[in-house]
Design a protein around this ligand. Structure first.
Ligand code: ZN
Ligand code: ZN
Ligand code: FE
Length: 756
């Protein structure tokens, strides 16, 4: 060496393990002619570099400027240390205990290098549907136990050939320690049913081109696929799957196809191309060649790009966008096991494209959307799970939060990290409840966390609540639903509070005996105060009123017109038999089987039902989504509303209901009515927040809850509130109930330690 050697120690914190970070460092140091060593430690990576000062500095600079693609570096600490005469760079064997909690990475979309090899006729993995490397491939979905290495994955069944083993053991190779490494000689194989002599992926592509429905085994479960432009095929799929109207996602061969079918801005492009490869909700272009029944009544379409080599090959051969929806009947969890898929999807799928690499852990596709210019994860599953979230305030003892009833996902928190479990879905079936319990057990085992505090919803009858109460741990903390929503968003931003939160959603247990869902709360992690809400409406028949929003419309009409609304002049109500109307009105008047609800979702249902003349909702949130769609590009001022003081401030929407009726009777365009409805909610938000701030002093305002999946509502409320307070929104934690468990965990920790 020409200059005296120097030594430099780097401690790198963040998401830096299990993503090929150490081999990346090996290559960077070796290329620069720098010696040293790297090892994983709990919560970070420690690197020591020895060599010429300029070369050592160059490696450190490269790490800062162009870190490994999947790393999320939170901090790098640099310390000068004594030089050691180490000319080679060494990767230390990991300390298994320290590695355990951080080493299971999420599943990663096929990388550009692997794609190139997939299409290179000279490569030994040419057209091999299971090609992967250190930077891509299955991870979480194949793991049986921690720490993450091949013997503890479903790849253990495949013995590596010599060529694969050489790559796996060579630090200079881009497959160094790629646990699922495989090739056509030694790895998984695709299969096709019914039996055929054709290559399986080609057989599936041909079947899809014929309009057939093909079950396709993916990373985290089986999908059902069909030609997304073939109206008859899509209708057949809906009928067989018993999925009447809920939107279906579409996988497109390439980004250019997504841009042809939908409006893709820079933020949406980044989501589509991200390693997580979520389904991205996009505005469909007028005249896009897609089946009408993909998303009836909506201009949104959920598109995503291929994320496994099998998908890439299938989409290339099919040469068309494909519906790719979870392989199940209506609301059951998607099938993962081959025998189960063949049995349960028999009669739905005409053919099966499978493979012999087992799926250990179910993981649905994630869903994201750009809202008001910023990307938001709406469903957090494949690609995100089990990536940890950083907690600004570490929990005192490990916490398990059991989530909500709908869109359930659990959360484990330990020290300064929290892991949201995969989206499990609505806990409405025995299968879903079983899946929930397995998902909790699996996360505890993978992360080796023994929770001491159990957080749950306050609703006594939710499966997640009953499960929590039956757990053996002594400390149980019930967390109010909307408090959890607000704190989830605060935690995502590292805000300790106090903060104001607008928690707007469908429903959540409220301590005053009503169902909450349009609340303004003052929150710290440990407690909340109820500052504002909407005037409640009666749900005649309870849950039935949510499936039949004409009942909600009737409730708000009776209220706004003091029992004398012009029902026969409104097409929605005119279409309902007078006898049925009379029964519902008697229930409302007497309060028989008529719980009260304040949810924003219910107000959307009621007013959208009137405007759309749509008596029924075929899936949760249908009318709200269509009501947003109907507004189109129209901007209009708010309707009149009042605010009364009765404990909390209560927004009186009766003036709005009367004005909506007047507009409907006058034949005002539905777009204008929908736009004014959205604007009214934003104006009410501003009024509530402005009044609350007088008492709370300056605090940020959090927008959370499932209603903030609505682009127009999010934009208008942000615009309305931003002039009076800083606004915080969700990004990587879903605003809906899928993100709730994070807030439950943080609240439970604060309550359990008795803090404020
Ligand atoms: Zn790769
Ligand atoms: Zn091999
Ligand atoms: Fe909620």
């Amino acid at each position: 060496m020409s200059q005296p050697a120097t030594g430099l120690r780097l401690v790198i914190r963040g998401i830096v393990q299990g993503i090929g970070f150490r081999p990346w460092l090996w290559r960077a140091a070796t290329e620069a002619g720098v010696g040293g060593r790297v090892r994983n430690e709990p919560g970070g990576v420690v690197v020591e570099l020895f060599g010429e000062p300029a070369r050592v500095a160059a490696v450190a600079a490269r790490l800062r400027a162009a870190p490994p693609p999947l790393a999320e570096i939170a901090a790098i600490e640099e310390t000068a240390i004594a030089a050691e005469p180490l000319e080679r760079f060494e990767i230390a064997a990991s300390d298994v205990a320290g590695d355990r909690v951080v080493s299971i990475p999420p599943d990663l979309a096929t990388c550009a290098d692997c794609l190139r090899e997939l299409h290179d006729p000279a490569d030994r993995r040419y057209r091999y549907p299971f090609i992967n490397c250190t930077y891509c491939g299955p991870r979480y979905t194949i793991v049986r136990d921690a720490p993450y290495d091949r013997a503890r994955t479903t790849m253990a069944a495949f013995a590596m050939c010599d060529a694969c083993r050489r790559e796996y053991e060579d630090p200079a190779d881009r497959r160094f320690h790629a646990q699922p490494v495989a090739c056509p000689a030694c790895g998984p194989r695709a299969w096709y049913r019914p039996d055929t002599d054709a290559e399986p992926v080609a057989a599936a592509a041909a079947a899809l081109a014929r309009g057939e429905i093909v079950a396709v085994k993916g990373l985290g479960g089986w999908h059902l696929a069909c030609d997304a432009a073939d109206e008859a095929a899509v209708r057949r799929l809906r009928a067989r799957k018993h999925r009447e109207a809920k939107p279906l996602a579409v996988m497109v061969p390439a980004l250019a196809d997504a841009e042809r079918l939908a409006v893709v801005d820079d933020a949406a492009r980044a989501l589509l191309e991200g390693v997580e490869r979520p389904i991205v909700l996009l505005r469909r272009r007028a005249g896009a060649p897609l089946a009408e029944s993909l998303a009836p009544g909506l201009d949104l379409v959920g598109l995503f790009l291929p994320y496994t080599p099998l998908h890439h090959l299938l989409l290339e051969l099919a040469g068309r966008p494909l519906v790719l929806t979870s392989g199940n009947r209506s609301d059951e969890p998607m099938a993962t096991d081959d025998a189960d898929a063949l049995a349960r999807l028999d009669g739905i799928a005409d053919a099966f494209l499978g493979h012999d690499r087992a799926i250990e852990n179910r993981c649905d596709d994630s869903v994201a959307r750009v809202l008001d210019g910023a990307p938001v994860v709406l469903r957090r599953a494949r690609g995100f799970v089990p990536r940890p979230l950083h907690l600004a305030r570490p929990v005192a003892a490990p916490v398990l939060a059991c989530g909500a009833h709908l869109k359930n996902a659990c959360c484990l928190a330990d020290a300064d990290r929290a892991w949201l479990g995969p989206h499990v879905g609505d806990l409405e079936t025995l299968e879903a409840c079983t899946d929930f319990e397995r998902s909790v057990a699996r996360l505890e085992r993978f992360l080796a966390i023994r929770p001491e505090v159990i957080a749950h919803d306050l609703h006594p009858h939710y499966h997640s609540t009953r499960y929590a109460r039956a757990r053996p741990e002594a400390v149980k903390v019930g967390v109010q639903h909307h408090h959890a929503h607000v704190v989830a968003c605060m935690a995502e931003h590292g805000v300790a509070g106090p903060a104001l939160g607008l928690a707007w959603d469908g429903t959540g247990w409220g301590p005053d005996g009503t169902a909450w869902g349009a609340e303004l709360l003052w929150c710290t992690a440990a407690r909340y105060e109820w500052l504002g809400t909407l005037r409640p409406m009666g749900l005649a028949g309870g849950e039935q009123a949510i499936r039949e929003p004409w009942r909600l419309a009737l409730a708000v009409l009776d209220d706004a017109f003091a029992g004398d609304p012009p029902l026969d002049e409104l097409p929605l109500l005119r279409a309902i038999e007078p006898a049925r109307r009379a029964v519902v009105r008697r229930m409302l008047a007497a309060g028989i089987n008529t719980p009260l609800a304040r949810g924003m979702g219910r107000w959307f249902d009621a007013i959208a039902a009137l405007g759309l003349r749509e008596p029924l909702a075929r899936y949760e949130g249908e009318l709200a989504m269509r009501w947003e769609h109907v507004a189109g590009e129209v901007e209009a001022p708010p309707y009149e509303f009042g605010i009364e003081r009765r404990g909390p401030m209560e927004v009186d929407l009766r003036p709005m209901v009367r004005a909506v009726v007047a507009d409907l009777l006058a034949g005002t365009a539905r777009a204008a009515i929908a736009a004014r409805f959205h604007a009214t909610m934003a104006a009410a938000a501003r009024e509530l927040v402005t009044r609350a701030l007088v008492e709370t002093g300056p605090v940020p305002v959090v927008l959370t809850g499932g209603s903030f999946q609505n682009e127009r509502l999010t934009r208008l409320v942000r615009d309305a509130v931003a002039p009076v307070a800083p606004v915080l929104r969700h990004a990587r934690v879903p605003p809906g109930d899928g993100g709730l468990a994070l807030g439950q965990a943080v609240v439970a920790d604060a309550v359990a330690r008795g803090g404020g």
